[in-house]
Every structure is written in structure tokens, then in C-alpha cells.
Design a protein around this ligand. Structure first.
Ligand code: CO
Length: 316
């Protein structure tokens, strides 16, 4: 994904005022004391993605848009792509640069072929993930390929701290079997793409932003609680079925921004019917964010430098 400007039209749905009021502090008991327990974060806001296109005409849904970068710091973008029509995506994302952040591509179905300026080539397949740290610069192409008639997945952009924006680029492809996970006694399947869950270390750990990235499959009638540091910004995106988070229904293709409640160290997700979702959280950087398409830096001068480096062939 290249970070083309999204069109306006972000849809914000009901903010559940009562849930927000009581989201973390339950009303005092009749003894006037607060129970010693951590409460689930609740849903601050529901977001419907914006249909857009990027690269050479790839149709996708931009879920996390530029307007939410501050609120969901350190995350910069989330695109959901999925189609059974090859015309929607096969032209892909021809050679384009990145600087200053990380891209995480997670394929639910189908394949993505990747080539970059350092001579790396990889093929991401069903259930696999590619983690790319663009650092000071990568020029790459991302070319989707259909498998069994479908192509579906996500690309998430994770910011880098100022001190790491010009670090050496890095990338790794993880096949589905290389992504750690576990199943709860209730039958909830947890794939730990990044961070830690239930004592299982994810495929990738990052010190500065400490990201948590889980893919959760909940059978009907189950519940799952994930630990979430109170300072992390967090969201869930439902891609099958629907879930309930602290009394708010989150339907398919909706992102739920979770509130930041100082007393809450977790989120509890209920699935009345079978559901699948990603849960993403990270420690905010609280640094200036200046984006120009595929470059995300801290100042305008650094953006101008990135453009100049790209034009003169010094970016990668
Ligand atoms: Co890219």
C-alpha cells in the first residue's frame, strides 16, 4: 500500500455514552467501595472504512485513516483488502518507496509477491505475515495473486520512534506455521502476530512501540480477554461475524476504537455468534507526525529530504 490520500466520508457511529461513563469504574457497591478488579475497556467509537483505491488501482477499504493517526498513535494506517474479482487488485502496487515506519501485511487468503530494492523477494501466502521496517528507505513492489479465487488481508502501518526512522531497513516473511498461537479451553484460537498473549510470545517484538497484534477466532458463545497495558492505544476490527465489547455490538467490517481508561488492563470480547477479528494495540510515541504519501517523518524538512533522496536515487 502506498498511502494515497483517502477521500472524505469517514463514518462515525454511535458513541456509547453510558458505556464510556461506566466503562472502567463500575458504580460503587452498596458498601460504597470499588471492587478490586480490572474492567474491560469499552468502545469509544465505531468506524466504518472508506472504499478507496491505491497503487495501480487496487480497490481496498481504508479503515484507519489519516484523521485517526493522532488518536491511534503509533498506528498510521490500516487497509483491509479482499475480493474475489482479480480486476480489483491484480495490478497491485508497482515499485514505490517508503521511509520512516513499518508495514505489516497479513494475508488471510491469497498471496502477495514482494520484491525490494535490496534484492529481497518473498511470497506471502494464506495465513502468512510480512513485517517490513522501512527505516531510512525501501523501494518495493507488492503484487497480489489470487489463490482459489480469493484474496483477502490487511496492511497495517506502524510508526517508528524518531530515533529509529533512519535505521537500516529490515524485513521478514513469516509463513502461517511460523506464527505462534494457542487455543483456549473454550476453543478460541489466538494467533499472536506481535507482542504477547496468554504467555505466548508473538512472531515479532518491538521495543519502542510495544505492539500487540492478535488474530482471534471465536466460536459462537465464547469469550476472550486480552491483557492490554492501560497506556496503549487499541482497536479491534471485525472481519467475520460480530462481537460484543462491554455492551457495544461491533459488526463485520467495523473498527472499534477502545477507550483509554487508566484503571483498565484488559479488553473482553464476547461472540454471541462465531466471529473473527484482529486486535491491535501499541504504546503511543507522542511525537509529531508528518506524512507525505509513503513517507512518514517528524518534520516537513525531513519529508523534503525524503523526496529529494528518492528523486536523486539515494533513498534506497
Ligand atoms: Co508498500
Amino acid at each position: 500500500m502506498q498511502g494515497a490520500e483517502e477521500k472524505d466520508g469517514e463514518v462515525a457511529e454511535g458513541s456509547h455514552f453510558i458505556q464510556r461513563l461506566w466503562g472502567t469504574k463500575m458504580p460503587p457497591s452498596h458498601h460504597g467501595e470499588y471492587p478490586m478488579k480490572t474492567y474491560s475497556r469499552s468502545v469509544e467509537r465505531l468506524i466504518e472504512g472508506i472504499a478507496t483505491s491505491d497503487g495501480a488501482g487496487v480497490k481496498l477499504t481504508r479503515v484507519l485513516t489519516g484523521k485517526l493517526q493522532r488518536r491511534l498513535d503509533p498506528f498510521l494506517m490500516l487497509d483491509a483488502f479482499g475480493s474475489d474479482d482479480p480486476d480489483d487488485y491484480l495490478a497491485g502496487f508497482p515499485d514505490h518507496p517508503h521511509r520512516g515506519f513499518e508495514t505489516i501485511t497479513y494475508m488471510l487468503a491469497g498471496r502477495m509477491r514482494h520484491r525490494d530494492s535490496a534484492g529481497h523477494e518473498g511470497l506471502l501466502e494464506n495465513g502468512g505475515m510480512q513485517w517490513m521496517t522501512a527505516g531510512r528507505g525501501v523501494i518495493h513492489s507488492e503484487l497480489p495473486e489470487q489463490q482459489d479465487g480469493v484474496m483477502e488481508g490487511f496492511q497495517l502501518w506502524l510508526n517508528l520512534p524518531a530515533q529509529d526512522k533512519m535505521a537500516a531497513p529490515w524485513y521478514r516473511d513469516f509463513a502461517a506455521a511460523e506464527i505462534p498461537g494457542y487455543t483456549t479451553p473454550e476453543g478460541v484460537t489466538v494467533r499472536v502476530l506481535a507482542g504477547e498473549s496468554g504467555g505466548v510470545a508473538g512472531a515479532v517484538q518491538r521495543a519502542g512501540t510495544a505492539p500487540l497484534y492478535l488474530d482471534l477466532h471465536l466460536p459462537a458463545g465464547t469469550q476472550f480477554t486480552a491483557g492490554l497495558p492501560a497506556t496503549h492505544n487499541a482497536f479491534a476490527y471485525v472481519y467475520r461475524g460480530a462481537v460484543d465489547i462491554a455492551g457495544t455490538a461491533v459488526e463485520t467490517q467495523r473498527m472499534a476504537i477502545l477507550d483509554n481508561a487508566p484503571e483498565s488492563e484488559s479488553v473482553t470480547i464476547n461472540a454471541p455468534k462465531a466471529a473473527r477479528l484482529i486486535l491491535v494495540a501499541g504504546k503511543p510515541l507522542n511525537e509529531p507526525i508528518v506524512q507525505y504519501g509513503p513517507f512518514v517523518m517528524n518534520t516537513q524538512e525531513e519529508i523534503q529530504q525524503a523526496v529529494a533522496d528518492f528523486r536523486s536515487g539515494r533513498l534506497a
